[in-house]
Design a binder for this molecule. Structure first.
Ligand code: ADP
Ligand code: ASP
Ligand code: MG
Length: 412
């Protein structure tokens, strides 16, 4: 008999019918003798609806109040699910993040979990109850409500699993596992039976929103067995594993991630002197804007072109920062493009294979897709391209790296 933490995402609790279906599923696990802690998200669309309400009042609401607002979505679903469980004769109790003392730092809207007091959950589990916990939220040391960033219920689930030393953390969602790429974009995407933590971390950080990146980090750090499954159909899902030395040879590329949320800025004609990268990026970081990819090149005229990407929501602000410093830097021009996309190939097998980048660039060139920026690490290659070619690029790469469904053995 196992201790399971089961997380159900927004679509899985999107209507009262779906909440009842989740209750059926959880009851079956209880009847099989397992101890269950359930983490739920808000009903799908609810968090966006709440954010839109705040934006009706003001453009940049105070983060503390945002957290008070958006955390309400999960309070609705914990209560409804507990009622549905009780209706089935399955004893259950709902708790908000602060009630189970999920202590976080005070970085509102992107708080990090510091500590969890699992005592209260244990008492309920020992009494034979299902514990239903609101995902995405916690409390700082002054008792303020905090939230963990979009998609944060995944992280709540993994953190509870780590604190309770659960046998498995199961993330139930609207797809039946982690695919070679988003199955909503590429029909021939294939479910992976297993993926390594390292690959999953790259996939998540490069745009595959099936798991929140913090959840994967946390699971890797605390050794939490993590599985992604469908809440709508039975199946094994995808297990996130540590690299298995004895596994069959890894495919070179395991998956393709993409991200449409970025925008690109360029400041050109900057004299090539020490300290300019700092002079450009310090004001950007002081404005609390996160920078992702950076490319700098020096021309024959000893002037640099400095290009970087930021989240699309920060594009206008970043452009204003650059316009503000351009004259001081002696720069010629500030340019930008918010219609870009980043496509990445990910695979631990890349470590031991040469020619992966060439194959990627050839596939894009064959489709007439221009590469605007490139960045690489040991197990990934990312390119920035025009947003309108994103789906074409993902399909071409999916096919050239033999990830398509037809005729390929599943998993590694
Ligand atoms: P939930 O509301 O359950 O947290 P999410 O919408 O956050 O669900 O995550 C599930 C979605 O992730 C899927 O519907 C799918 O479109 C998307 N997705 C992106 N990349 C992948 C991938 N590689 N494998 C599976 N799903 C992916
Ligand atoms: N409800 C939150 C969101 O939409 C957290 C989550 O669903 O994981 O981001
Ligand atoms: Mg999610």
């Amino acid at each position: 008999m196992a201790l399971l933490v089961q997380k159900f995402g927004g679509t899985s609790v999107g209507t009262t019918e779906r909440i009842e279906a989740v209750a059926d599923k959880v009851c079956r696990f209880r009847e099989d003798g397992h101890e269950v802690v359930v983490v739920v998200s808000a009903m799908s669309g609810e968090t966006n609806r709440l954010i839109a309400l705040a934006n009706d009042i003001m453009d940049e609401p105070v983060p503390r109040e945002m957290d008070v607002l958006v955390s309400t979505g999960e309070q609705v679903t914990i209560a409804l699910l507990s009622m549905a469980l009780q209706k089935r004769g399955c004893d259950a109790r709902s708790y908000t993040g602060s009630q189970v003392r999920i202590l976080t730092d005070s970085s509102h809207t992107k708080a990090r979990i510091r500590q969890i007091d699992e005592q209260r959950m244990r008492e309920d589990l020992d009494a034979g109850r299902v514990v239903v916990v609101a995902g995405f939220q916690g409390m700082d040391d002054k008792g303020n409500i905090t939230t963990l960033g979009r998609g944060g219920s995944d992280t709540t689930a993994v953190a509870l699993a780590a604190a309770l030393k659960a046998d498995e953390c199961q993330i139930y969602t609207d797809v039946d596992g982690v695919y070679t790429t988003d199955p909503r974009v590429v029909d021939s995407a294939r479910r992976l039976q297993r993926i390594t933590f390292e690959e999953m971390l790259e996939m998540a950080s490069l745009g595959s929103k099936v798991l929140q990146i913090r959840a994967v980090e946390f699971a890797g750090k605390y050794n939490v067995p993590l599985r992604v499954l469908s809440s709508f159909q039975e199946g094994e899902g995808t297990l996130i594993t540590f690299e298995d030395e004895n596994a069959m040879e890894q495919p070179v590329v395991s998956g393709i991630a993409f991200n449409r949320d970025e925008a690109k800025l360029t400041i050109s004609g900057v004299p090539d002197t020490p300290g300019n990268a700092l002079r450009i990026l310090k004001p950007v970081s002081d404005a609390n804007i996160e920078v992702d990819m950076i490319v700098q090149n020096v021309g024959e005229d000893n002037k640099t072109a400095f290009t970087f990407t930021v989240h699309r929501n920060d594009f206008k602000r970043a452009q204003d920062v650059l316009l503000g410093i351009a004259a001081d830097l002696g720069a010629g021009k500030v340019g930008g493009d918010s219609k870009i996309a980043k496509v990445s190939i990910v695979g631990v097998g890349m470590r031991s294979h040469a020619g992966v980048a060439t194959k990627m660039f050839e596939a894009l060139s064959n489709e007439g897709i221009n590469i605007q920026m490139i960045s690489t690490s040991e197990i990934k290659i990312s390119v920035v391209i025009d947003e309108k070619y994103l789906e074409l690029a993902v399909r071409a790469l999916h096919s050239v790296f033999e990830l398509d469904n037809a005729g390929v053995e599943e998993g590694a």
